[in-house]
Design a binder for this molecule. Structure first.
Ligand code: URA
Length: 277
């Protein structure tokens, strides 16, 4: 019998993230342990143990960082006492592998401290170029959707993403990238103190709510988001991603239904909506 191999802490935290979300990670853990065993017994390169986080891979002989990227993110996020400080902490953070290929960190836009916080997936090409979330075609559609129910970045909305660097080719961010950005997202919620959370698309919905369902099962429901050192759970709803609606305009009817539900929900929460059309 071989003793159980401890895994890279950042990989463990990713597994824990998905396990929390109800995903069966036993096979992934077993495979990772096997690979770690092979690597440690000299059967592979010392850094061949699977890890979704390239920032943990160090050259042979190089000293490992004292804490994992997720722990580092957590410490940096906790040290930020304002949303501006958090933006600076994100820009200075080197623990997300996407930073290597992105032009810049893209944090947030809108009104700091607004009653509504919207969280998308990750910056795309236009956001990477401009440094603000949701400025491309999808962002413009989102602005129009929100304007229809009196929600705007100029009045009552703060908008950010679940990941702060553009994934190459606009691919979906992976679990490791989401996990390493999560402490900053949680801190943004804690510092922004919104009354309502709108999660844009399935990736953001699953990651932030730690739920395994797809977006069609998440949309249109009310959830309680209970993390981030909040004194009470925060109201959360998931909407279809505007990039999806650009690809499948026939689904706009569903989006309209969801927006109406959100409008009613904001009214119940006593959140002012400006100039709804
Ligand atoms: N899609 C997102 O999820 N976020 C952005 O900022 C832009 C496009």
């Amino acid at each position: 019998m071989t003793a159980t191999q401890p895994l890279d802490p950042s990989f463990e935290s990713v597994l824990a993230f998905w396990e929390d979300a109800g995903v069966d990670v036993a096979t992934a853990r077993a495979l990772a342990r096997a690979a770690t065993r092979v690597a440690r017994s000299g059967g592979g390169a010392p850094d061949a143990a699977p890890t979704p986080n390239a920032a943990r891979i160090s050259a042979p002989g190089q000293k490992r960082a004292a804490r994992s990227p997720v722990d580092d993110a957590r410490a940096r996020a906790a040290a930020a006492t304002t949303l501006d400080e958090l933006a600076a902490a994100i820009a200075a953070f080197d623990g997300c592998p996407l930073k290597a290929s992105a032009k810049r960190a893209v944090f947030a836009d809108g009104v700091p401290g607004a009653p509504i916080m919207a969280i998308g997936e990750a910056p795309g090409r236009d956001e990477d170029a401009e440094g603000r979330p949701f400025v491309g075609r999808a962002g413009q559609l989102l602005d129009r959707m929100f304007a229809a129910i009196g929600v705007s970045r100029a009045t009552n909305l703060f908008i950010t993403n679940a990941v702060f660097w553009r994934p190459p080719g606009n691919r979906t961010p992976d679990a490791g990238e989401l996990a390493v950005c999560r402490p900053f997202v949680e801190r943004a919620i804690e510092l922004g103190r919104p009354k309502a959370l709108i999660l844009i698309g399935g990736t953001a919905g699953q990651a932030i709510l730690k739920r395994p369902e797809g977006v069609m099962r998440l949309r249109g429901r009310r959830f309680a988001y209970g993390e981030s050192g909040l004194t009470q759970p925060l109201n959360a709803m998931v909407i279809l991603h505007p990039a999806y609606l650009l690809r499948r305009p026939q689904e706009k009817g569903l989006a309209w239904t969801d927006l109406q539900a959100i409008a009613a929900w904001l009214d119940e929460l006593g959140i002012a909506r400006a100039g709804a059309v």
